[in-house]
Design a protein around this ligand. Structure first.
Ligand code: RB5
Length: 147
């Protein structure tokens, strides 16, 4: 798969670990995140990845900030994005299987690198189940048209 990853200053080290790990699984990973430890705004990175995924340039995205929340909130403001914050692999698989999340997010201050790898692996290997879940996801996305 073609995957885009981004992070804020809290997650430079974890981003590099996860990028290398995802590449070791056979995927291509482009880095849109910061590589500096200087404080920055996670919203910029969430939006960049959201727009790239929504445009169809990537199969999915990975976002990391301190909690995973701020950067995913920013991505979710982009039409077509379903970014889900996960702290463990069961949820990570289910957000793909049931919610067809197109971005996975987690927190560098919340999960360690081994848990982050398990989260990413669970998400990348899961498949959207469609059916009743497709109807529900369509209901979520229809909210965007009411704004
Ligand atoms: C940065 O201090 C921190 O607020 C950010 O990484 C993230 O946790 C926000 O949701």
């Amino acid at each position: 798969m073609k995957i885009v990853i981004a992070n804020d200053h809290t997650a430079v080290e974890l981003k590099n670990i996860i990028k290398e790990y995802v590449e070791s699984l056979g995927h291509t990973v482009d880095n849109f995140g910061t590589d500096e430890s200087a404080s920055c705004n996670y919203a910029e990175y969430g939006e960049k990845v959201g727009r790239a995924v929504a445009a169809g340039d990537y199969d999915c995205g990975i976002l990391i900030c301190g909690t995973g929340v701020g950067i995913s909130l920013a991505a979710n403001k982009v039409h077509g994005i379903r970014a889900a914050v996960c702290s463990e692999p069961v949820t990570a698989a289910l957000v793909k299987r049931h919610n067809n999340a197109n971005i996975i997010a987690f927190g560098a201050r919340i999960v360690g690198s081994e848990m982050a790898k398990e989260i990413v692996k669970a998400y990348l290997t899961a498949e959207f189940e469609g059916g009743r879940h497709a109807d529900r996801v369509a209901c979520i996305m229809a909210i965007e048209d009411k704004n």
